[in-house]
Design a protein around this ligand. Sequence first.
Ligand code: URA
Length: 433
Amino acid sequence: MNMEEIIRIKRDGGVLTPSELKYFVHGYVAGEIPDYQASALLMAIYFQKLTGTETAELTGLMRYSGDTVDLSEIPGTKVDKHSTGGVGDKTTLIVAPIAAALGVPVAKMSGRGLGFTGGTIDKLEAIPGFKIILSPEEFIEQVKSIGVAVIGQSGNLTPADKKIYALRDVTATIENKSLIAASIMSKKLAAGNDAIVLDVKCGKGAFMKTLEDARALSELMVEIGDYAGKKTVAVISDMNRPLGYAVGNSLEVREAIEVLKGKGPDDIRELSIKLAGIMAYLGGKSASEEEGCSLAEYALNSGQALDKFREFIKAQGGNQDVCDDFELLPLGDKKAEVYAREKGYVCEIDGERIGFASQHTGAGRKTKEDSVDLGAGILLNKKVGDAVFKGDIIATAFGNDVNKVKSAGNEVLKAYSICDKKPEKTELIKEII
Ligand code: URA
């Protein structure tokens, strides 16, 4: 067997056998296959696609390419939640404490932001003192004692995905459903949970631009999860607009706390209740998804979820007083206000552009090695459907570098479309698979 032959088979539309896929994954992780051959294969896959069986095989090879997590010591059905990457998506900060308050153990590994999308770990680090690294024993102990722990990916988990994802990122081969499904599901399966809720983003601010593509990706991931014996549900949610008003790490923590206080923007609240409700159902805490959602709503409104969030922050060394005093969270002292150039209604906010604008403030990374400004980001003052007058402040960019903040402000302006007529309201949650 050799790489040239494997590339040729896929280039010509053939199907790779399990041993050919194994040869590639093992050889690439071991450093025996050079990047140029791996890139050629990924591009062949990008154009010729993988069958369902090839995708399942690739997922399994990546899942077991390094360490896997054993959560069996934690009693109960452990339920994970994963978002395919969005703009302003702070739902993990809300959903994890709701689920834990309902008795669903949440032992979660999260990622950092890259490109125009944010990451939970950066958001948590905006909380002074919060530790995103725990030893495996501390991680398990924390879930056993308070029901929730969220940490950065540690150990040698799915090294094949790490290497292949990094290569896809620089060879324009990210946007392939099989590769995305194998990448996400290999990590989720290696993380050792019993059930998985996937939040599949769909629209301009997401990898999947159309509902059709989001549906196909969801079906693929649900099939992979079910095949591996994990109850898996996918929620397809709209990413044609940023979620909530805040984009950027500390700004998003503030907004998440508002939602945990029973307030906050309707869209974040709606999606969080849906995701947490499904987690409650999969975790055996409700007889149906609907009942799970009612329980989730109660946990929010009664303050139980906020109490759990405080407990969670304290357990991981953070200052829980941020829940009562937002001044304790970092916020850049430079700001650029963005003004409406005309009168009308906001009919669209390009999520991807806002994500890039937030990156320009310093809140996001261009490469994995970049550091982030935790107090930087974009606050949207006007959302889709709002009426605006010429000169109204539609958004504000924050940060610590005046030039970055100004350039972000210019980008934000381009993200807004103003029309004469109020746009029709669109559904946030498109489908559940
Ligand atoms: N997120 C991942 O983890 N992998 C992908 O391929 C795309 C999004």
